[in-house]
Design a protein around this ligand. Sequence first.
Ligand code: MN
Length: 487
Amino acid sequence: MKKEFWFVVGSQSLYGEDVLRTVDERAKEMAKELSKVLPYPLVYKVTAKSSSEISRIVKEANYMDECLGVVTWCHTFSPSKMWIEGLKSLQKPYCHFATQYNREIPNEEIDMDFMNLNQAAHGDREHGFIAARLGLARKVIAGYWKDEDVQSRLASWMRVCVGVQVSRTMRVMRFGDNMRDVAVTEGDKVEVQRKLGWEVNTWAVGDLVEEMSRVLESDIDALFEEYKKLYLIATDDVEAIRYQAREEIAIRRMMEREGCGAFTNTFQDLYGMEQLPGLASQHLMSLGYGYGGEGDWKVSAMTAIIKAMGKGENGASAFMEDYTYHLEKGREYSLGSHMLEVCPSIAADRPRIETHHLGIGMNRKDPARLVFNGKEGKAVVVSLVDMGGRLRLIVQDIEAVKPIMNMPNLPVARVMWKALPNLTDGLECWITAGGSHHTVLSYDVDASMLCDWARIMDIEFVHIDTNTNQATLERELLVNDIVWRFR
Ligand code: MN
């Protein structure tokens, strides 16, 4: 589907035709120039001068699927009462871009006419007030439109809007229920559909087994060739790999048929299957599908959404689980992994296909899986939890490192990282906030993007960064408790 953003420029009729023509030409030029550097086109729609014009363009924006968000700016003054009706009904993400056509004040040229034409400083304040008064969720970006840092913030916001669109159309396919007795993977599916748009439903494992039986050997051959191109085959157990290919094809067919972008399964319900999907789930994630282990549908949908917010709409983001710590003084690290399913988009090296025994679950055969080290770099771990009556998105900044040991007997993909502000303070904050052991680990999407996403989706946001300490976090959570009770 085509994706674009709409540029709506505020003005008023008071200025006369000449000024309005200039505003119109410049807005066109800015949209054209910005579209060259932004990840999606910014389409100039109108210089709005009346309440009816604004309402009309907002109605269109709401209706058109390809419009992912609206960017507003006031080249001149634009009295904001005429924006009330339109902004009240706006359902798409909204960014107020407080910029100016000219970079510098021209010493000789400046007179009252110049000031009346170039009065964003004046107009954007009036425009900002009405959104504040209406209590609208919006992104405010200020700065010169030709500056790279400003363009990059606009680009990030556009990626957030892709995440919003993916969320609002998300369907999650659940095979089996959540792992028995686990709390943090639970949640209110009705509330999630109301707030985030996700349709979360179950399909029988038996249906998947039947679908698997219909997969042709020739289809498996083709996918096997694809695996060979992407990964290093480090096992003689070709049948185990072919079995994973059969699982992958069947899961994908069912998801495509139902329009699903994410799925879950659980090792406790593999009735009729020989192996827990490992390589199958990993390769599906590399294609952009979300996945959550042990029936964790929240992390599954978040994986797909965060991947879509990354580069090329399939960024370096992966389903992750905090497993174990290295607590050597001064060299403290977390080790994240999963029993099989880590997305190879975050691999530092060429993933190896290996087969190993998996004691947990109902595996009758050794499942094939991808084994690799995660790459180095700044990243975040993200957890969405259901606090009862509201959702909380917790984001922690981390720095992934080259693992400090090679762990030759660990038969799974792994990522080692330094948590911020440090392992123990970060851990105290994470536990205080109720963050899950399952997360999405992303190198492509940062905390400010996730904050923007949470604001648009109207859910609570908690960020653990280099400045966070437990005392201030506890106060923040206490305030949040009160605030969210009354929203
Ligand atoms: Mn798990």
